[in-house]
Design a protein around this ligand. Structure first.
Ligand code: PMP
Ligand code: GLN
Length: 384
């Protein structure tokens, strides 16, 4: 294995899901829903496979209906003017992130991102040869310090990689924060890559602000999202990236030699789902807000200190009140202790300070049926 990939031989999701299966624990570690939906999406995909024979290669950049639908979705929800020709369909957001970084960065370049960070960021940055510069998110609300943000930028900064709503913390970047990040990107002539896979999952009236909607930002922003979260089909791996032609061309050039394309029968089904009515999209957040509260109550009753998330389907809890200061050790023991699996937060950090600050924290996914969350809460009560 090449040196730059040596730190990335396994992922926490692989490890904890394996442990959950082995122990029969309720898996609140890896984030995936336990119901598939919506029905129309599933039926469309099935009929595309068996009824319409959409089982061969599609155009490399994606099925036209889906590229049109992504553009229409961006206009409908955010007023963005996206040319379908500037949308590239990818094998999940993961491939969009990798293609984008590989297409834009090379050795000597720097990528600014926030810590904790979604695990694939570090691996994709490393693959590209670029260097990661992280800005810590601190405190119960996981906010960055503006001075530390500025200090992370240099003339070598090629990309700023933003994730809002943010995994694993559940924080949602405010308009003011995004303007500040975007202003620095412009000052240092960097591209903003924004991972918005949880765009339809925000709570308590918190708005999701896409970076590309901010003044002057569309021209330097590549926006990434995915059907996996919005439509509860994480196994389909249908994602996309859009942005200005020259930037999206960089991602497309790489993507075509990673997979060329994927999921022919799934893509038109996702296109139809992106046009579902407003009630469907509003229902995602309202359902999840209720589930967040259900699990959070259980975590509190179990004695953990809950950091209430404003978005995503993850909740971070501090295990210190239980006398536990090591979230990694706790995550490995939790299935045996009480039959629930979770992931430690510190594994999403690389700096010594970030690892230390997040050491007692664990992340639980609440994208599960109510009865599963209630059962998990009952089991967690055994921790006390
Ligand atoms: N980005 C973030 C922040 C995620 O949480 C995930 C999903 N786990 C992804 C990207 C990957 O999305 P996909 O499954 O569509 O590749
Ligand atoms: N995004 C999911 C999570 O954060 C897992 C994705 C994966 O398994 N790679 O839990």
């Amino acid at each position: 294995l090449v040196e730059r990939m040596r730190p990335f031989t396994s992922t926490i999701f692989t490890e904890i899901s394996r442990l959950a299966v082995e122990t029969g624990a309720i898996n609140l570690g890896q984030g995936f829903p336990d119901t598939d939906g919506p029905d129309s999406l599933l039926a469309d995909a099935a009929s595309n496979i068996t009824g319409h024979g959409l089982n061969q290669y599609a155009p490399g950049p994606g099925v036209p209906a889906l590229r049109d639908a992504v553009a229409a979705h961006q206009r409908r929800f955010y007023g963005l003017d996206v040319d379908p020709a500037d949308v590239v369909v990818t094998f999940g957001a993961t491939e969009a992130i990798a293609s984008t970084l590989l297409g834009l960065c090379e050795t000597g370049d720097e990528v600014v991102t926030f810590e904790p960070f979604y695990d694939s960021y570090a691996a994709s940055i490393a693959l590209s040869g670029a260097t990661r510069r992280t800005v810590p998110l601190r405190g119960r609300d996981f906010v960055y310090d503006p001075a530390e943000l500025r200090a992370a930028f240099s003339e070598r900064t090629k990309v700023v990689l933003v994730n809002t709503p943010h995994n694993p913390t559940g924080t949602v970047f405010s308009r003011e924060q995004l303007v500040e990040i975007g202003t620095l990107a412009a000052e240092f002539d960097a591209v903003v890559v924004t991972d918005e896979v949880y765009e339809h999952m925000t709570f308590d009236g918190t708005p999701h602000v896409p970076m590309a909607t901010l003044p002057g930002m569309a021209e330097r922003t590549l926006t990434i999202s995915s059907a996996g979260k919005t439509f509860s089909v994480t196994g389909w791996k249908v994602g996309w990236v859009h942005g200005p032609s020259e930037l999206v061309a960089a991602a497309r050039a790489v993507k075509q030699f990673l997979t060329f394309h994927g999921g022919t029968p799934l893509q038109p089904a996702v296109a139809n789902a992106l046009a579902l009515d407003d009630a469907f999209f509003a229902g995602i957040s309202s359902e999840l807000a209720r589930k967040r509260d259900l699990l959070s109550d259980g975590l509190r009753a179990a004695g953990l200190d809950v950091y209430t998330p404003r978005g995503t389907y993850f909740v971070v809890a501090d295990a210190s009140p239980l006398g536990v200061d090591d979230g990694v050790a706790l995550a490995w023991k939790l299935p045996e202790l009480c039959g629930v699996a979770a992931v430690p937060v510190s594994v999403f950090c690389s700096s010594d300070e970030g690892v230390a600050a997040t050491r007692p924290l664990v992340r639980f996914a609440f994208c599960k049926r109510d009865e599963v969350l209630s059962e998990a809460a009952d089991r967690l009560a055994g921790l006390r």
